[in-house]
Design a protein around this ligand. Structure first.
Ligand code: ARG
Ligand code: ZN
Length: 845
């Protein structure tokens, strides 16, 4: 039943060309295919087996002669000549019944597709696997105003349009869109002199919200030329925004399809965070054109080959466009929140998994975010210049191929002469390595004793030491840097490194820039951390020192009922008022570790987290910080006012982030007066939501929420924010009341994934509410997952991960969660997607 990497075999046939014709009809679409096959000299022989699901076969022929294939629920088999032949077939499908949003479906009256990973088999019979690549020609028969597919446009008429994609591609990159759409258009001249027409297609009325995505697209295209030497390779590049979409976006060749929330933005409706995500996702999908499309994956076990590398590239891009320091801190926060959590629980898996039941369950933080960290480590180990040479060789050697991680690493070995066999363990060993560092300073020398340990994970009890790049520096007690950043390659279980630093009074700054995705245990005391917070030259470790102080203080508040640490409180003001630091960095230093972070920290320390105690400690900490910092916060709040006209750039966004962080704290003191004033005056969504959030947090948001609803009830994307904020940010009991009421709200369109996540996902992200001792959180989430599964298995399965941390908690909560998971498992005909997830979450111990 599971698919295994070890069982890979090439396909029996080679596809030379694919020609498709669609007669679009909402409930009875006909798809005719004409596929030229020849036997694969490197593949197994035997009959032709094609994948196909939920298709009604109308007719089939080989070389013009009708044939009767053996059809089963997952495909068909047919005997074929031992020579090249043409397969022709016609099927009927029902897009209007496709609520899974996988294959060809209808969103708000518009036909659209999602084929990664295995959706194309719901469109027609085909070898639906990424190592089968072919040029596609498509004819769309429809009188809808806009008909799009991959590649370059061909002829068209009132009732049909043709498209041709000359670049051989796997079926998962196929796309088709048809509907009543309007374009925001622009153009781009590539470094090779090609004129490319750019279009962002949206529903009428949304065309004035595409400017930022278009700007981000043009900047991405230029950046990939300048940094990687990669130019675009078709005459048009189309992007379409759809309302119903399971994920963020999809890199279909020449026709990227996006969740509308990652395209549409105006200052009134989108926050600075939304703008940054749009920029990153536009870049991500565009960069896939080379890392994913021109060079694709041999099989789905190699998913990180395209995803890890493309995430790494979009992170580099965002860093170049905004701030590397801020971007790195954001990326690490996200890695810890999502990937470390995954790695610590029953769903832990290697960056390259070795088996799966449903591949859609492996579009995970480990494959994306840890996959990107692995690329970053490789670059750090070989150096920037070698990285550039290796990438040039990769594009040169593998263009047009479906590749493996072995191909990728061989390129680096050939380009650098370095043996990467130990490095390869990053792809096969799951679990977050623990690095323990003891530092000693004596006789002008800093000595580090480093120890690494990779914890056991499901199916992997024993691990070997990995190659861990640890960047270290040192700061003298007087604030001078006495050791600039230096790379230590940790390859053994135990290792020692020494540095001449010319002083006996200094503190080591270890894992600068978060140079490896590990959990660091460094024997610093709070005075050392305060020194690093004040003086570290490495922005990541400067921030990290503040976070460690906050975490330590919160930990003691939770476990011993201690008062907020005065040393931590007094260390904040100098950072807050340091005008040499950029605003967003200062806002991040004022952030606290999340409740989920604290729960994991307690679990790592062998304790059972009490969600209510964690939330109460955070509350006390916020009040104490507000009281301690009242004056500088008020000054900052006043001094950062008046940013108009609004621009979504990093500088303005940083000012708003710091100002809204200050507002959040000040609201703990004034009962929400200032926040309410900002809410009423706000002319942009960042400031509006920045005021609404603290009002919700202190339970004083009723009027503001009503006003927000009245103003935005007709705007789907903004209304999602209204649903989500009152559930994700409120105190536990209010959040539960809100969630239970909102699922009955007339606008709770639960079949829309964004809206479903805005309530049910938001509840799962509110740690204290989800884990409320009453069990209301578990009950509501599991009840809705049971209801969603028959309609949309992919989104259901993804959201079961809300339960992945269940072993951290006390016996009562574990019992309630086990019951909740068992309720899901008992749903009649539970999808393969959710079955795999629930069983993995329940079983691995
Ligand atoms: N390749 C897409 C991206 O990274 C995501 C596709 C996710 N597909 C899925 N079935 N989960 O942008
Ligand atoms: Zn991707």
């Amino acid at each position: 039943r599971p698919v295994r990497l070890a069982e890979y075999a090439p396909f029996s046939h080679v596809v030379e060309t694919v020609t498709l014709a669609f007669d679009l009809h909402p409930s009875a679409t006909r798809v005719r295919s004409r596929i030229a096959f020849r036997p694969n000299p490197d593949g197994p022989s035997g009959p032709l087996r094609l994948d196909g699901e939920k298709l009604t076969l109308i007719s089939a022929a080989i070389d013009g002669t009708p044939v009767a294939p053996r059809v089963d629920p997952t495909g068909l088999e047919v005997d074929t000549p031992d020579a090249p032949f043409v397969w022709e077939c016609e099927v009927e499908i029902d897009p209007s019944a496709n609520t899974e949003l996988d294959g060809l479906y209808i969103s708000n009256g518009m036909f659209c597709t999602q084929c990664e990973a295995e959706g194309f088999r719901k469109i027609t019979y085909y070898p639906d696997r990424p190592d089968v690549m072919a040029p596609f020609s498509v004819r769309v028969n429809s009188d809808l105003p806009v008909r799009l597919s991959n590649g370059n446009p061909g002829d068209s008429d009132a009732d049909w349009a043709e498209w041709h994609d000359p670049h051989p591609k796997p079926s998962y990159l196929f796309a088709l869109v048809a509907g009543d759409l309007v374009a925001h258009s622009d153009c781009f001249k590539t470094m090779e002199g090609r004129d490319v027409a750019l279009n962002i297609w949206v529903r009428p009325g949304d065309e004035d919200r595409c400017g930022y995505a278009m700007d981000a697209l043009k900047r991405s295209m230029r950046w990939d030329e300048e940094k990687y030497g990669r130019a675009y390779d078709l005459d048009v590049f189309n992007v379409v925004a759809v309302d119903d979409f399971n994920m963020g976006a999809m890199e279909n060749k020449g026709l990227n399809i996006f969740n509308a929330r990652y395209v549409l933005a105006s200052p009134e409706t989108a926050t600075d965070g939304d703008y940054a995500r749009i920029e990153a996702i536009i870049a991500h999908e565009y960069f896939h054109n080379w890392t994913g499309n021109r060079i694709t994956c041999r099989d789905w076990f190699q998913l990180c080959l395209k995803e890890g590398l493309t995430v790494f590239r979009d992170q580099q891009f965002s860093g170049d466009e905004r701030s590397h320091a801020v971007k790195r801190i954001e990326d690490v926060q996200m890695l810890r929140a999502r990937q470390f959590r995954e790695d610590a629980g029953p769903l832990a898996h290697p960056v390259r998994p070795e088996s799966y039941i449903e591949i859609n369950n492996f579009y995970t933080a480990t494959i994306y975010e840890k996959g990107a960290e692995v690329i970053g480590m490789l670059k750090r180990l070989v150096g920037d210049e070698s990285y550039d040479r290796a990438l040039a060789l990769y594009f040169d050697r593998h263009d047009g191929q479906a590749c493996t991680i072995e191909d990728w690493l061989t390129v680096f070995e050939d380009a650098t002469g370095r043996d990467l066999s130990q490095f390869k363990l990053w792809y096969s060993q799951a679990g977050t390595p623990r690095v323990t560092v003891d530092s000693r300073v004596a006789d002008g020398t800093l000595t580090l004793h480093l120890r690494q340990e990779v914890p056991a994970t499901p199916g992997q009890p024993d691990k070997a030491p990995q190659v861990i790049p640890v960047v270290v520096g040192a700061i003298a007690r007087d604030g001078r840097e006495v050791l600039p950043s230096t790379l230590v390659e940790l390859t053994e279980a135990h290792q020692t490194a020494s540095f001449d630093i010319g002083t006996d009074d200094a503190v080591a700054s270890v894992l600068r820039g978060f140079s490896a995705p590990v959990i660091l245990r460094h024997d610093l005391d709070n005075a050392d951390r305060a020194l690093l917070l004040a003086h570290d030259t490495d922005p990541f470790n400067k921030w990290e020192a503040g976070r460690a102080l906050a975490k330590d203080a919160l930990m003691r508040m939770i476990t011993d009922g201690a008062a907020p640490d005065p040393a931590y409180l007094s260390g904040l003001a100098p950072v807050l008022t340091d005008d040499t630091l950029d605003h967003s960095f200062r806002a991040m230093v004022l952030g606290l570790p999340s409740d989920d972070d604290m729960a994991q920290g307690l679990a790592d320390a062998g304790q059972v987290p009490d969600p209510a105690a964690i939330a109460a400690a955070r509350d006390r900490m916020q009040k104490a910080r507000a009281a301690e910092l009242k004056d500088p916060l008020s000054d900052l709040y006043g001094g950062l006012a008046n940013l108009s006209p609004y621009a979504p750039d990093a500088a303005q966004a940083g000012r708003r982030a710091l100002r809204n962080t200050a507002l959040g704290l000040l609201s703990r003191l004034d009962g929400g007066t200032l926040a309410r004033a900002q809410f009423d005056a706000a002319d942009n969504m960042t400031d509006s939501l920045g005021a609404l959030l603290p009002l919700v947090q202190i339970g004083a948001a009723d009027d503001a929420l009503a006003a927000f609803h009245d103003r935005w009830q007709d705007d789907r994307l903004v209304l999602d924010k209204w649903f989500s904020v009152q559930v994700s940010a409120a105190p536990a009991d209010l959040a539960l009341d809100a969630a239970e009421a909102l699922v009955d709200h007339p606008a709770f369109d639960w079949k829309n994934p964004n809206r479903f996540r805005a309530v049910i996902g938001a509840l799962g992200m509110n740690h204290a509410a989800f884990h409320d001792a009453s069990g209301r959180g578990y009950a509501l989430v599991s009840q809705w997952l049971c209801k969603l599964d028959p309609v949309n298995p992919q989104t259901t399965a993804r959201m079961t991960t809300l339960f992945e941390t269940w072993r951290r908690y006390d016996a009562d909560r574990q019992d309630m969660i086990r019951e909740a998971l068992e309720r899901i498992r008992a749903v009649p005909n539970l999808s393969r997607d959710s079955t795999e997830m629930v069983e993995r979450i329940l079983c691995a111990g």
